[in-house]
Write a protein that binds this ligand. Sequence first.
Ligand SMILES: [Cu+2]
Length: 302
Amino acid sequence: MPDTLTTDPGRDTDSVWIPAQSTTVGADNDYPEEGPSKTVSVDGFWIQKHQVTNTQYAEFVSATGYVTVAERPLDPADYPGAPATNLQPGSMVFHRTAGPVDLRHLSQWWTWTPGASWQHPRGPRSSVRGRENHPVVHIAYEDAVAYADWSGQALPTEAEWEVAARGGLDRATYTWGDEPERADQKLANYWHGEFPYLPDKGYGQTTPVGSFPANGYGLFDMAGNVWEWTADFYGEDRSTTPCCGTESYDPSQPQFAIPRRVVKGGSFLCADSYCMRYRPSARRPQMVDTGMSHIGFRCIRR
Ligand SMILES: [Cu+2]
């Protein structure tokens, strides 16, 4: 069996080996969806050290001609009552607000933007030039699966992702240990400054992958930068395991019959004042057809 930190032989996937193990995942004293904590057993697997970058995704698209979900027109039948402008190809783009806002209303900083996609992350006139090594964003679930298939990989389960993110630290709160980041440290790309209008210098957007220290397994950005897709359907807590997509629909939006999968790791938008989810046990549901400015992925191989 390969050792931890061994580079994947013969493959250009930049991966490390996570040893088989039984590990506690979830947490009982954070957001309710993170509990109850439980022990999971995983077989060993390879996982990419970095989130998939714009350069890597561009290689896939140029080799295959793949068109992402955000670049395809939407079917009005799937979105009853939606305005026509929302049915053009596009994605949800984060914009800083002009000043302090009521944090209950996230439509103030999320804007449906026709023409936004992985190639135009901030809208039709933006590009990925200068952001080649940033994580690819505006990636829907099937866009991530398509890349994984093409590269001979797969998406992790939530358990695999979390075991990898923990880096061998038993039940630690953060990927780096139990203590929050100190003022003299820079441990992850989560929101530093006033959310959502005044980030500190160097924060408030994606950063090139690997800009912050690796965890105990040599993995970068397992906390923050962008959320990462996992293969698991979302259940309301860690004891709920939906059989299938229909059990993962959003009960508060019954008009949308769209499966939701678990995303992990938090993003550059996680602010301590708003969303402390740049932790291994944290999780969010994401509709499978919806990429956003803060959602990307990385792959594994079993
Ligand atoms: Cu967050």
